[in-house]
Ligand binder design. Structure first.
Ligand SMILES: C[S@@+](CC[C@H](N)C(=O)[O-])C[C@H]1O[C@@H](n2cnc3c(N)ncnc32)[C@H](O)[C@@H]1O
Length: 283
């Protein structure tokens, strides 16, 4: 099987992938909730976030096979006024051409201590402004076009797995290893890959992070492509998957441009951003 990581902004990296070449996309985008991803501003305006989503989702639609599927992990509550909104995100997916298939609910069995998530007012919990915790996230599963796969392949899905997983409330622990700030547990891509693709097909994660989807692909004998902007997370993913079985490609090889950004100035080279030391910055 082949596994490749593309380093760079997904909007650019996706353009290098051939049309109709990917059978399944499993991914979890940044939620625009202000997480420190290093070189990505996770707190842009709501409209910019929708535009960003539209751009990468349109590319996903282009590169999927006609019978291809996409599974996107999205929260079910909006944390801030500009953060991702399940309903608007779903609308954008429909606008770029995806067709509804399933809504899976991921119920997290291990969530943070309630006492950390609100303040006692007047020394006790009361209805003044209770903050309720939301332990569920969604996985939107959509088709490019046809629901049914056009040809038969080798399946590794057992009857027991199918009967457990076709009930769309999935109770899965959150990931305990927090070396990456927002990983999903490997059980999530594992189930999606087994349910929605045949052995040997091509799976893509647009936001690879620590490499969870790719690790599942290695274990389940699927080819995979992962895209990640932050070279530090790419190192993490390569270590996790095994250096020998992953090839890494920068999406271009020359210095493309200089970019001023919310947190400094960068050289864009080979699809990667290098932060300039302050003394080298352009006044
Ligand atoms: C929610 S995390 C994905 C975590 C991943 N599922 C895992 O298990 O580790 C989103 C990832 O997208 C990356 N990212 C953010 N903006 C990006 C962009 N424009 N292009 C490519 N990657 C991006 C972040 O660096 C982060 O690693």
């Amino acid at each position: 099987m082949k596994h490749k990581i593309l380093i760079g902004d997904c909007r650019k990296a996706l353009k290098t992938i051939s049309p109709d070449s990917i059978h399944l996309i499993v991914t979890s985008p940044p939620y625009n909730v202000g997480i420190g991803y290093g070189n990505w501003n996770d707190s842009i305006s709501f409209n910019d976030y929708l535009e960003f989503s539209r751009e990468w989702l349109s590319e996903c639609h282009r590169i999927l096979t006609d019978d291809g599927r996409i599974c996107v992990n999205i929260p079910t509550s909006t944390y801030k006024s500009n953060s991702v909104d399940l309903f608007r995100f779903h609308e954008v997916m429909r606008e770029v051409g995806f067709k509804d298939r399933e809504l899976i609910i991921w119920a997290k069995r291990r969530i943070s201590d309630g006492r950390l998530c609100g303040k006692k007012i007047y020394g006790t919990w009361n209805p003044m402004n209770p903050l309720l915790r939301n332990p569920i996230e969604a996985i939107l599963v959509m088709n490019k076009n046809r629901k049914r796969l056009s040809s038969f392949g080798k399946s590794d899905l057992t009857t027991k797995e199918f009967l457990r997983w076709n009930y769309t409330l999935w109770e899965i622990d959150t990931e305990a290893d927090r070396s990456h700030p927002a990983p999903f547990p490997i059980e999530l891509p594992r189930r999606l890959i087994k349910l929605f693709s045949f052995v040997g097909q091509n799976v893509l994660d647009v936001f690879l992070g620590s490499g969870t989807t790719m690790k599942a692909c290695v274990e389940l004998n699927r080819n995979s492509i992962g895209i990640e902007l932050n070279p530090e997370y790419v190192k993490m993913a390569k270590k996790r998957i095994g250096y020998a079985c992953v090839s890494v490609e920068n999406i271009s090889s020359k210095i493309d441009s200089l970019e001023s950004c919310w947190d400094g100035e960068y050289i864009i080279n080979g699809g990667m951003r290098y932060k300039l030391p302050s003394k080298m910055r352009i006044p």
